[in-house]
Design a protein around this ligand. Structure first.
Ligand code: NAD
Ligand code: DAU
Length: 371
């Protein structure tokens, strides 16, 4: 991988995958500058980037990808040659209860960002600075649900079935249309379920970890036999780097862990790891006894599984972290960072920004004090 200078706009960098991605870039690419544009919704957490100082290599801007004026001013002042677009509403259950924000951020926000990139691309086309790449980070859920066999390939027809996956499918189509219509150098990744440090405890693995640690019921939807293809988050971030560095414009790359697991299998593994690491429940019962079957998710997709052959063949990417190792690392990280989880559960994490923004003043919003 090269370390030639790049100036990246990373959207949603205070979320789970975005924060892991920025941390990876900090370790690996000393000459890359990252501007992290994040609205700091409930899912954005400044603690995810604790220890990363603002300066030559990193700048935080609190702002909304739906704000065209802010985007134009950032493109003009920073001259981005690379956009890595993570910002989204990401939780399927929330999309079932309230789809509106998913339509706004995932569809209208992606459209607004594509428009800003198009204006910037036109303005800089042919100049020495022009080496743009717009990577849209998306999901395998756009392909719908599999039966007992088969894999999602890049040729699988889209068949989204939740408001979340429909909004991501729409944003994929928009991104792809900007390549075909305007020649914007768009690339798309469609990835399977991630797990690892800094995942918001609404998602299966950190939610089950936290409940199991506290001896609370573990709510498994339906029969618990739904299958997801789990990938350690750092492996996903490495795949994103590979596509930025070596991917082809206009192409889609599927990213997956080759690691299909039924939900019950994942939950029992978390229980057993915790029993081993911190001992059984005070009653002496194993944590598996907390598993409680609850009503199924509406429209619950049965099985996802990715064929990641294209990115392996073209870019040499393969997952490095196996599931047993990844889950050990994940459980150890959550055990070692209990305060991080507690602060989310009790809401304290929402105050970090106010504290930090007070120190940074208007500079943190690119001078726009109204954000
Ligand atoms: P997340 O919910 O943890 O983080 C989303 C981030 O985006 C937060 O920091 C939030 O503040 C920010 N954000 C939300 N709306 C915004 C807006 N309007 N403007 C600016 N910032 C905004 O999400 P995640 O799990 O890290 O997922 C990141 C991306 O990867 C998403 O696009 C998601 O669809 C995709 N993806 C996720 C997974 C997964 O397993 N988590 C798998 C495949 C693809
Ligand atoms: O496949 C990629 C997608 O993976 C991403 O695009 C999404 O952003 C991400 O949230 C994730 O979606 P899922 O719906 O698969 O993840 P979640 O962690 O919400 O659920 C995983 C499985 O566990 C799913 O079958 C539902 C089930 N589940 C989830 C929760 C939160 C339960 O049984 N109980 C629960 O409490």
């Amino acid at each position: 991988m090269s370390d030639t200078r790049r100036t990246l706009l990373v959207t949603g960098g205070c979320g789970f995958i975005g924060a892991n991605f920025i941390r990876l870039l900090q370790r690996r690419f000393p000459s890359w500058r990252v501007v992290n544009l994040d609205k700091l919704t409930y899912a954005g957490n400044l603690q995810n980037l604790a220890g990363i100082a603002e300066g030559e290599r990193y700048r935080l801007v609190r702002g909304d990808i739906c704000d065209a004026e802010l985007l134009d001013s950032l493109f003009a002042s920073e001259g981005f040659d690379t956009v890595v677009h993570f910002a989204a509403e990401s939780h399927v259950d929330r999309s079932i209860v309230g789809p509106g924000e998913f339509i706004r951020t995932n569809i209208h926000g992606t459209f607004t960002l594509l428009e800003a990139a198009r204006r910037h691309h036109l303005a800089t086309k042919g100049s020495e600075k022009a080496r743009p790449c717009f990577l849209h980070v998306s999901t395998d859920e756009v392909y719908g649900s599999l039966g007992a066999t088969g894999l999602f390939s890049e040729e699988t027809a889209y068949d989204p079935r939740s408001p979340y996956s429909a909004s991501k499918a729409a944003s994929d189509h928009l991104a792809s249309s900007y390549f075909h219509t305007y020649g914007l150098p768009v690339r798309i990744t469609n990835c399977s379920n991630n797990y690892g440090p800094y995942q918001f405890p609404e998602k299966l693995i950190p939610l089950m970890f936290n409940n199991a640690l506290q001896g609370k019921p573990l709510p498994v939807y339906g029969d618990g036999r739904n299958v997801r293809d789990w990938l350690y988050v750092e492996d996903h971030c490495e795949a994103v780097v590979e596509v930025v560095e070596g991917g082809r414009d206009g192409e889609t790359y599927n990213v997956g862990g080759n690691n299909e697991r039924q939900n019950l299998e994942v939950v029992t593994l978390i229980c057993d790891l915790l029993d081993r690491k911190v001992g059984p429940l005070p009653s002496g019962q194993p944590r598996r006894s907390l598993i409680t079957h609850v009503a199924d998710r509406l429209g619950h997709d049965r099985r996802y599984a990715i064929d990641a052959g294209k990115i392996r063949r073209e870019l040499g990417w393969e997952p490095k972290v196996g599931f047993a190792e990844g889950m050990e690392r994940t459980v150890d990280w959550y055990l070692g960072n209990r305060r991080w989880v507690e602060d989310i559960v009790n809401g304290a994490y929402r105050f970090y920004y106010d504290e930090m923004y007070g120190k940074l003043g208007a500079a943190a919003t690119g001078g726009r004090g109204d954000l």
